[in-house]
Design a protein around this ligand. Sequence first.
Ligand code: ADP
Length: 260
Amino acid sequence: MKITEAPYYRHIGQEAEVFEHAFRNKLPLLLKGPTGTGKSRFVEYMAWKLERHLITVACHEETSATDLIGRYIIKGAETVWQDGPLTRAVKEGAIIYLDEIAEARPDIIVAVHSLTDYRRILYIDKLGTELVADDNFMLVASFNPGYQKGFKELKPSTRQRFVSLSFNYPEEKTEREILVNEAGLDEPTAKKLINIGNKIRNLTELGLTETVSTRLLVDAGKLIQSGLPKRLAVKSAVVEPLSDDEETLEALTDLANLMI
Ligand code: ADP
């Protein structure tokens, strides 16, 4: 995908500089952090800035090396080889973004191994060939360290192959700016949403696997902007996605209703 218009991205620190230097030095990059904290948006922004095509793969438990590298497919009476997204990125000099890399099958770690060091080679076993990556190829992956139970780990030996950046929930002023820009909210409503977000983020005793991300607040903001009553917007976009437990939902709804 060629990104023609600058995506809105609110810089948090010096992450753009780190990305740019990693790119120039042909180093792979790992973005760590909970879901909804701007990792994908950041990669889109950087692809635009560096004028590279971006190929995104949303990894899930069935994603295998074959999905990334390519496979033979049947076309009419013939079988033809079809490059996977990683092979295309390696050839074209694109940025490939493996979103939630730890979710995928372990064989994809093996597949990217030789691309993450100085060799920058992709082995295509099924074709018996190897490809040297284009100078502009870059591998970016994201990983949710999962401070709480239930998330998959990434081995230290794999992590050490990547230059890494941490993402987290932004501080209030920054998050407000994001909400105003992304959802078109007025400042006071944005502030109220963020207060709700921060309150829930601090309720560690609820044992939520994931808490309120900036994404959820942006979504609530969009619903409010399009005319949905505020309480209903917060319930649907912020509270409901967090849990399926009735008591928890009730407690969170009461809390949110008091705050908006
Ligand atoms: P992740 O990839 O970490 O799951 P995303 O990049 O998809 O998260 O971000 C989710 C949403 O949150 C974005 O669509 C955007 O609306 C908003 N967002 C979060 N952080 C930022 C940021 N720094 N700048 C702009 N938008 C942001």
